[in-house]
Design a binder for this molecule. Structure first.
Ligand code: FAD
Length: 522
């Protein structure tokens, strides 16, 4: 008999999916059903899966490497305030709301799983190195205040009182006391454990193709069609005759015959149904519906709702009708992990060395941006480059050199630390740097991607709004500005837009300029 957390995890893992035999004549593969299939188990997909399972939905996550992707590289700053300079007001509001939810989110995860997340609320100190950098800092302050946030301006002396290891050359700073951080690798581990405890099946396979039912755009059919998790959730027999039973939490008890639904009849709000503006794309998807996905090993997952949360890969998965894939692109970020003592000055870690910093420090050095994020483990994270090089994850000498150069200018003591790791991750960037949240034009397909620099910050609020949509088919107002519909205005060009067209370290942006093409490395 299995005991303890591992035993509970394995038991939960086994009970969720219903395995079904393929219909006579159907392709030979294992099939399984779920109310919701989440494609991608990064910080976003795992958070959604966990919250959706807590709402009573049967959830499966497909990911060959849960906790991988950009989540594995991320620094983990929860800093909507010091990020404000790079965000539109709506995005800033979403970030603030997610930040507000973080303490409870992290405490619930740790309480349920016994696993730490590395959450610490120690604030962020933004510092300027020369007179021009100080001017940029002044613009940040003005923008942050225009968003209704109070930050404290510190003199050079006050900066060094707060962080004694700062270079004496630092000219001044801004203190955002509410800012926090988390260790994304610990966070995704805790999320996997919490999701499994809630009954989520984690399937270590990639989604090779999204399957649809009905429609005439030539994609494969799995023969399932549902009202969705919030709907009628009854036994059904799709054309392929799988004979599986679904009982969504709302379970109204109607029978249906496997015809595709248009997803509109049950929609309660203006923005929760698929877009239908009579475009070619809308005609292509109007009579089809998501039916699940084919995984890399040939397993078919039958699910009436699919959440696409595969980071930048969300745009590359096969099987979607034209125009349905979210406009995401990979934005490379190189980042370093140094080993020191524990987080705060005066404390000492496993190696007996004192931690260099008490809080996250973001520096502007001759117009270039760098950050240093301390962890309780004694790790010090230094990031990050922002490069438009496609799906390139090579760590370059130039990237590492620039990061170390600027970090050393701000905190000279880093040169004494051990360089433990240098990696590159790919952020899911969008044309307007904001996430894509909510129903897509293809009924049953929900998008949760494009979180760019802020996926760790935005995980709690994203999980809540998407789980709410899956359970009720109403998308909370908080997400209204982030639905895929906003790209309809520039239909056809959204996917291609946005690449700022340069590589290397990005410069801190003067407040008020177009954030779509510039931003602080993160
Ligand atoms: C260097 C760096 C530093 C960052 N720092 C911060 C920070 O301080 N704060 C912050 O908020 N954000 C930060 N970010 C951004 C953050 O990491 C991303 O916004 C976030 O990870 C996006 O989460 P995601 O789950 O959508 O995508 P990802 O984390 O990329 O996860 C996608 C998942 O999908 C899986 N996948 C891919 N293809 C498939 C497929 N076909 N089928 C199934 N699964 C698939 C992958 O294995 C992966 O696990 C940083 C990013 C980088 C690169």
């Amino acid at each position: 008999m299995l005991t303890g957390l591992r035993g509970r995890l394995e038991a939960a893992d086994r009970r969720n999916l219903i395995r079904v035999m393929p219909a006579k004549g159907a392709e030979m593969s294992t099939s399984a059903t779920a109310d919701v299939l989440v494609i991608g188990g990064g910080v976003i997909g795992l958070s959604i899966a966990w919250r959706a399972a807590q709402r009573g939905l049967r959830v499966a996550v497909a990911d060959p490497e849960p906790g991988g992707g950009a989540s594995h590289a991320a620094a983990g700053m929860i800093t909507p305030i010091s990020e404000a300079a790079y965000a539109e007001k709506e995005l800033f509001r979403l970030g603030r709301e997610s930040q507000r939810r973080y303490p409870a989110f992290a405490a619930e995860l740790a309480g349920l799983t016994g696993k730490p997340t590395g959450y610490r609320q120690a604030g962020t100190l933004q510092v300027a190195y020369d007179a021009d950098d100080l001017a940029i800092l002044g613009e940040y302050q003005a923008l942050q205040e225009s968003f209704g946030v109070t930050v404290r301006r510190l003199t050079a002396r006050e900066c060094r009182q707060a962080e004694p290891m700062l270079s004496p050359a630092v000219r001044g700073g801004l203190l955002a006391a509410d800012d926090a951080s988390v260790d994304p690798r610990l966070l995704t581990r805790a999320l996997v454990a919490a999701a499994v405890l809630a009954g989520v099946d984690i399937i270590r396979q990639p989604a090779a193709e999204i399957r649809t039912a009905g429609g005439g755009h030539g994609t494969a059919h799995d023969g399932t069609a549902h009202d969705g998790p919030a709907g009628h959730g009854t036994a059904h027999d799709g054309p392929a005759g799988h004979g599986t039973a679904h009982d969504g939490p709302a379970g109204h008890g109607t029978a249906h015959d496997g015809k595709a639904h248009d997803g509109k009849a049950h929609d309660g709000t203006a923005h929760d149904g698929p877009a239908s503006h009579g475009t070619e794309r809308d005609r292509a998807v109007s009579d089809s519906r998501v039916a699940g996905a084919l995984l890399g090993d040939g397993t078919r997952i039958l699910a009436p709702w699919v959440v696409l949360a595969a980071g930048w890969n969300s745009a590359t998965i096969a099987g979607l009708p034209p125009g349905v894939a979210p406009p995401v692109r990979p934005v490379k970020g190189q980042i370093l992990r140094l080993r020191s003592g524990t987080g705060g000055p005066g404390t000492s870690g496993p190696d007996g060395m004192p931690g260099l910093l008490a809080r996250s420090v973001r520096g502007i050095v001759h117009g270039s941006a760098v950050y240093l994020v301390p962890r309780d483990s004694g790790e010090l994270v230094i990031g990050a480059t922002q490069e438009e090089l496609g799906a390139d994850t090579r760590v370059t000498a130039g990237g590492v050199w620039e990061l170390l150069r600027d970090a050393r200018t701000i905190v000279p003591g880093i040169t004494e630390l051990e360089l433990a790791e240098a990696v590159a991750g790919l952020r899911p960037g969008t044309p307007d740097n904001a996430p894509v949240l909510g129903p897509s034009p293809l009924p049953g397909l929900v998008l949760a991607t494009g979180h760019f620099r802020a996926g760790v910050l935005l995980a709690p609020v994203t999980a809540d709004v998407i789980a709410e949509y899956l359970a009720t088919r109403r998308l909370p107002d908080l997400a209204a500005a982030f639905t895929p519909r906003r790209f309809d205005r520039s239909a056809g060009s959204a996917g291609a837009a946005a690449a700022p067209g340069r590589s290397g370290r990005s410069q801190p942006r003067a407040a008020g300029r177009n954030p779509a093409s510039e931003g602080a490395p993160r």
